[in-house]
Design a protein around this ligand. Structure first.
Ligand code: SAJ
Length: 435
């Protein structure tokens, strides 16, 4: 089976690196995005997202002349859907008193509908977007069969989750194991043949629903593990010990690997995907729901830490918030707990200036994002470290002292050596520590 022309729908954090990868391995690739600004920018050779190595890889792929962009799909041998699957912000589901967030599958639905007029016998369609189990068979099959062709008979259909870590996407796309879940064994084989173009990791064939479940299980497993780390932080705080020290010692046990507590869980994956399982079966997912609630509650715990450091009344108190991204060294602000912390502080009356080095011009409704570290610090009373970006970790007390009158620090990500800052005259508070 060979697929020479590939059409990729959705040119975000997954679709664009995937398009780049296929093109640089000799395939003809049409990248499609409904946002004309994204298409225009890519046509001009400008990458619209920050991911280490992507701009360079994209330049090399463009140079092959195998990569083009449009706002509409066109006939191809294989179609890959890599559009977002968020949850509805204010349309909660409820069953038996349990409230849950519901998956918003509108982008997947319209991408599939856009493929229908172009679908030909022998084509392959792959869904990569993280989706609730049974999406491929229950949502995609009926849409694609409107073409008059039968899924698994006239065309191949598979689910293949992306599993790459933002910050390491280009390496992980190639090296990670790749799961291909076909709606028929032949569909899985077709998907295998397509991704073998560039994947060096193991390629595993299974059925579509298993592949969907694998993906959601992985992220849910991580969410639950982060939730317990966050609960350990709150407990250590109450017991008057240092959670970071306790975790380090516990992790010396050969079968224990506790993750890091922090201001919460963000990003477009781990904070979203567990909801797909809760929504599908709220009656049998109390642990997954609780973990989500613990992690979503973490920004409130950070608010309490700031109150403890500054006093209960935050009215008019000036805070410099360092970092808005959902995790270190990425520019992605989606579902970021740091943004939530800023909103909570402002809701309590504090005046917050936030600095995000990877998106200094970030225009977030209701957040005063300043373009430089200096601007954030110049009149602050308290410095709140929310994201462990490399450039924040390198800051020294001497540098910071000269930029700000603030002498109170709250470190929510364990990025600084408390004793160095204390020696320089800072009152140093750390999440998960009360001594
Ligand atoms: N976080 C913690 N403590 C930790 C680890 C992470 O609080 O010990 C927080 C981060 O700060 C961030 C969030 O969790 O806010 C998620 O970060 P992450 O680095 O754990 O994961 P993502 O969302 O960037 O990428 C995940 C990955 N999934 C797994 O590791 C199981 C990635 O492989 C997936 O491809 C990606 O989700 C996805 O697209 O689904």
């Amino acid at each position: 089976m060979t697929f020479n022309k590939i059409c990729i729908l959705g040119l975000g954090y997954i679709g664009l690196p995937t398009a780049t990868m296929f093109a640089s391995h000799g395939e003809d690739v049409l990248g499609v995005d409904i946002n004309p600004q994204v298409v225009e920018s890519l046509q001009k050779g400008k990458v619209h997202i920050h991911e280490p190595g992507l701009a360079e890889a994209f330049d090399r792929a463009l140079a092959t002349r195998k990569l083009s962009f449009a706002t509409q799909p066109a006939p191809a041998d294989a179609f890959i859907i890599a559009v977002p699957t968020p949850f509805y912000e204010d349309n909660l589901g409820e069953l038996g008193g349990i409230k849950f967030k519901k998956a918003d599958m509108r982008a997947v639905t319209s991408a599939a509908q856009a493929i229908v007029p172009h679908l030909q016998p022998g084509n392959l369609v792959v869904l990569e977007s993280t989706s609730p189990p049974r999406t491929t068979v229950e949502l995609l099959v009926p849409i694609l069969e409107k073409s008059g062709l039968k899924a698994g008979v006239d065309f191949y259909l598979a689910y293949s989750p992306e599993r790459v870590l933002p910050g390491q996407i280009l390496r992980e796309l190639v090296e990670n194991a790749r799961v291909i879940g076909g709606i028929s064994p032949e569909s899985a084989q077709a998907g295998h043949a397509l991704y073998a173009t560039f994947v060096k990791g193991q390629i595993i064939e299974t059925d579509a629903t298993t592949a969907e479940m694998v993906k959601v299980m992985e992220n849910t497993y991580r969410d639950v593990n982060i939730a317990i780390a966050n609960e350990f932080a709150r407990l250590s705080d109450r017991f008057g010990i240092d959670v970071w020290e306790a975790i380090q010692i516990a992790n010396l046990h050969p079968r224990v690997k506790i993750l890091n507590p922090g201001p919460g869980v963000g990003g477009h994956c781990i904070s979203v995907d567990p909801w797909f399982l809760v929504e599908a079966a709220p009656d049998i997912t109390p642990l997954i729901l609780n973990a989500r609630q613990v992690n979503d509650g973490q920004p409130h715990y950070v608010l309490d830490l700031v109150r403890r450091a500054l006093g209960n009344d935050l009215q008019g108190r000036r805070v410099a918030a360092l970092g808005l991204a959902y995790k270190p060294d990425v520019d992605d602000l989606r579902e970021s707990p740091a943004v939530e912390v800023v909103h909570l502080l402002q809701g309590a009356g504090a005046v917050v200036k936030a600095f995000e080095p990877f998106k200094p011009e970030a225009g977030i409704a209701g957040v005063q994002a300043v373009p430089t570290l200096e601007a954030a610090l110049e009149d602050a009373e308290l410095i709140l470290l929310l994201v462990s970006h490399g450039q924040f970790k390198m800051l020294t007390p001497i540098q910071v002292q000269s930029l700000t009158p603030a002498r109170i620090l709250v470190d929510t990500v364990n990025s600084w050596q408390g004793k160095d800052w204390a020696a320089a005259g800072f009152a140093y508070h750390r999440l998960g520590v009360r001594k």
